[in-house]
Design a protein around this ligand. Structure first.
Ligand SMILES: Nc1ncnc2c1ncn2[C@@H]1O[C@H](COP(=O)(O)OP(=O)(O)O)[C@@H](O)[C@H]1O
Ligand SMILES: N[C@@H](CC(=O)OP(=O)(O)O)C(=O)O
Length: 453
């Protein structure tokens, strides 16, 4: 049995949904279909999820949402027209939406989640209906009814282990199950979404629950490329990656797959196959435990911006028991999560996403570190990008770090910090945001091919 997930780009318009139908019909083992909300039809377009977020925020502020609601339903109406579906299906969806806006809520973020989840929920209902009209035995299944129970963390939910047993019953269902991605229900019965792009996570959870032979993730690219195609044009396609490599790369900025989507698949050793809805004959990229082909030392270079670093130095820091714990406790008390913490004898840097910090929190943090830890120096550096150079081959290959740093030096990129994961599968370079593109191009040139700059 295969679990097959289609991203927003594969569901943006009727034309795309017809391709989805063809793909599902091509293989009778494709039994569970996870869908996202309609994505962008062009670069200028908006994702339905983004429209829903704007709507929820406006409604929460007590502003008039008529225009934005119109824009949301225009997307579904267009799809119904393109698929020749009866407009009556939209009526029940519109009623449901009005109820969701009006019903009470515990807090702002759980209200947002209830609205955000509509994108996937309505898409799954339309897709199931379309499949039925085409003569396929198909049914929409709601995550609550199926037992997808998640933690009560609005916008950042995690699946609870209790879900798997109940979800495994989906295996027994006849016909095609059409399942909305991106959200589950808390134990109290509230809708909670995963973090953005979380339909990938739903697909992986279902693949684990039903012990699928493969989790197919259909998107709009022929493969996972060795570098983001928005940075380097026509980059090399990757045929096979290990779970570990893909997790590092997704975390590092390969938005093609959510980094948390690898965890359920990895624990059950279910291969993940990234494929293109617009070119289903392309071989795609397989993500597996062990790679047949020896590539490397580097398989991919990912990058992301929007980081800052808190640099703390104190003479004899290495001898002070509990220094790191106390520092992290201060950050914890401000509700901050951190990404990396490269350290030296007398100094340590904590790297975090800067959108978590406000200017006032920033000055309070600096003050507390200076006073409570009697630090000699505390400096926050903003606008950093992190570049992850990833490959299993780096573990038994000498000189990769020196090749990377030489390439960066030749491109006149100053390395702000370096960190090598203990697994030796990745190296991280912190650079200024303005240098990110140049740095990635230089590393790509060094490890893969010449890049016209
Ligand atoms: N290394 C990479 N390989 C392939 N695609 C990448 C990579 N890095 C970023 N992407 C982007 O990921 C996009 C696909 O992910 P996403 O937009 O979330 O698709 P979907 O709508 O199918 O969920 C691609 O169109 C591409 O722009
Ligand atoms: N629609 C949600 C969840 C998702 O997975 O979308 P996509 O498959 O388009 O990345 C979002 O935009 O975050």
């Amino acid at each position: 049995m295969k679990v097959i997930k289609f991203g927003g780009s594969s569901l943006a318009a009727g034309e795309q949904i017809k391709k989805v139908f063809q793909i599902v019909c091509e293989d009778p083992t494709r039994k569970i279909v996870v869908v996202s909300a309609p994505g962008k039809r062009s670069n200028e377009d908006q994702k339905v999820t983004d429209l829903l977020i704007q709507c929820a925020e406006k409604h929460f502020r007590g502003e008039n949402c008529a225009e934005i609601i119109k824009a949301i339903f225009y997307r579904y109406e267009t799809i119904c027209i393109e698929l020749e579906l009866p407009m009556s299906i939209l009526e029940s969806i519109k009623e449901d939406f009005a109820e969701r806006l009006m019903a009470g809520y515990k807090d702002k973020f759980s209200f947002y989640d209830r609205v955000k989840a509509c994108g996937e929920d309505y898409m799954a209902q339309l897709v199931a209906h379309f499949f039925q009209v085409q003569g396929l035995q198909a049914a929409y299944v709601n995550p609550k009814e199926a037992g997808l129970i998640v933690s009560r963390e609005p916008g950042n939910a995690q699946v609870l282990p209790v879900s798997y047993k109940k979800l495994s019953n989906l295996k027994e269902k006849s016909g095609i199950t059409v399942f909305p991605g991106f959200f589950g229900y808390s134990q109290e019965g509230e809708i909670m979404t995963f973090s953005r792009s979380g339909s990938d996570v739903t697909g992986a959870i279902l693949a684990k629950a039903v012990q699928a032979d493969v989790y197919e993730n259909f998107t709009d690219v022929n493969a996972v490329y060795s570098v983001n195609p928005a940075i380097v044009s026509n980059p090399k396609e990757i045929r096979e990656l290990t779970y570990r490599e893909m997790r590092e790369l997704s975390y590092g900025g390969f938005t093609v797959l959510h980094d948390e989507a690898l965890i359920p698949a990895f624990s059950e050793k279910i291969p993940v196959h990234i494929r293109n809805t617009n070119n289903s004959s392309a071989p795609g990229t397989k993500i597996v435990s062990r790679r047949e082909e020896e590539i490397g030392p580097v398989v991919g270079i990912a990058s992301d911006h929007g980081f800052c670093s808190i640099y703390v130095s104190k003479y004899l820091m290495n001898r002070e028991i509990g220094f790191g714990r106390k520092l992290l406790t201060i950050l914890e008390e401000f509700g901050l999560s951190y990404e990396h913490s490269p350290s030296g004898i007398d100094d340590i840097s904590i790297i975090l996403r800067e959108d978590q910090l406000t200017p006032s929190a920033e000055s309070k943090i600096i003050e507390r570190i200076k006073i409570e830890l009697t630090a000699d120096e505390v400096v926050i550096q903003h606008h950093l990008s992190l570049i992850m150079v990833v490959g299993e081959g780096m573990r038994h290959n000498v000189g990769t770090m020196s090749r990377a740093s030489k390439a960066l030096a030749e491109a006149r990129v100053n390395i702000e910090m370096i960190n090598q994961g203990s697994s030796e599968v990745s190296m991280m370079f912190g650079v200024k945001e303005i240098d990110e593109k140049r740095a990635v191009e230089a590393l790509y040139r060094e490890f893969f091919a010449p890049v016209p700059v």
